[in-house]
Design a protein around this ligand. Structure first.
Ligand SMILES: CC(C)(COP(=O)(O)OP(=O)(O)OC[C@H]1O[C@@H](n2cnc3c(N)ncnc32)[C@H](O)[C@@H]1OP(=O)(O)O)[C@@H](O)C(=O)NCCC(=O)NCCS
Length: 166
C-alpha cells in the first residue's frame, strides 16, 4: 500500500528555521555534486547570512515544510539594477515531488512584487533535474561559464547561466 504524501507548505523562513535550514544545506553540500557550497560548511557563517535575509526588503529566504520537517529552501535577492539572483535546494528524499516547483513559483511571485524585471541563476551542466525545473518555469539558457568554479579537489567546473525576463 502506498503511504500518503504529506502536504508541502512554502513560507517565509523564521528565526527557528535557521538551524534546520543550515543542516539541510550541509547535507546537500555533502552530496558533493549539485550546489556550489562544498564541505566543510562554516555553519555559523551560513546561519548569520540566512538570519540577515530574514528582515530584508530586497531578499527572501523561503522554507518548504512537509510532515513537520523542513524539506527545501530557496534564497533570492534583488539587486538595485532589478535582477534577482536565486539559489535553492530540496532534501534528497523529497526530490521529484514538486517541492522545488512550489518554492520556485513562490519566489517568482515575490520577485515580481519586489519590482525585479529578471531572475537569474547558475547551474552545473550535469544537473538535469535543476535545468528541467528552471526550463519548466520559462528560464532560458543564456551562456556557459567555462572552467569557472574551482572545486576543492582542484577540478574546474563549467556553469550554465540561465535567466527569466519577468
Ligand atoms: C533541482 C531541485 C531543486 C528540483 O527540485 P524538485 O523538488 O526535485 O523538483 P520538482 O519535483 O518540482 O520537479 C520540477 C520539474 O523538474 C523535472 N525533473 C525533476 N526531477 C528530475 C530529474 N531527476 N531529471 C530530469 N528532470 C527532472 C520535471 O520536469 C519536473 O516537472 P514535472 O514534475 O511537472 O514534470 C532538486 O532536485 C534539488 O534540490 N537538487 C539538489 C540541489 C540542487 O541541485 N539545487 C539547484 C542548484 S542550481
Amino acid at each position: 500500500m502506498r503511504r500518503p504524501v504529506p502536504e508541502v507548505t512554502v513560507r517565509r523562513a523564521r528565526e527557528e528555521d535557521l538551524d534546520p535550514l543550515v543542516e539541510l544545506l550541509v547535507a546537500v553540500a555533502a552530496e558533493g555534486r549539485w550546489i556550489a557550497t562544498e564541505p566543510p560548511v562554516d555553519r555559523e557563517r551560513r546561519r548569520r547570512g540566512m538570519a540577515a535575509a530574514l528582515d530584508q526588503e530586497r531578499a527572501l529566504l523561503l522554507a518548504a515544510e512537509a510532515g513537520g520537517q523542513l524539506v527545501g529552501q530557496l534564497w533570492i535577492e534583488v539587486a538595485v539594477y532589478g535582477v534577482a539572483d536565486l539559489g535553492m535546494l530540496v532534501a534528497e528524499g523529497w526530490r521529484g515531488r514538486s517541492v522545488g516547483s512550489a518554492l520556485l513559483a513562490a519566489a517568482l511571485d515575490w520577485a515580481r512584487q519586489a519590482g525585479a524585471h529578471k531572475v537569474a541563476l547558475q547551474v552545473w551542466p550535469h544537473n538535469p533535474a535543476a535545468i528541467a525545473l528552471y526550463q519548466k518555469f520559462g528560464f532560458q539558457r543564456e551562456g556557459l561559464l567555462r572552467g569557472h568554479y574551482r572545486r576543492r579537489n582542484g577540478e574546474l567546473w563549467d556553469a550554465v547561466v540561465m535567466g527569466l525576463l519577468l
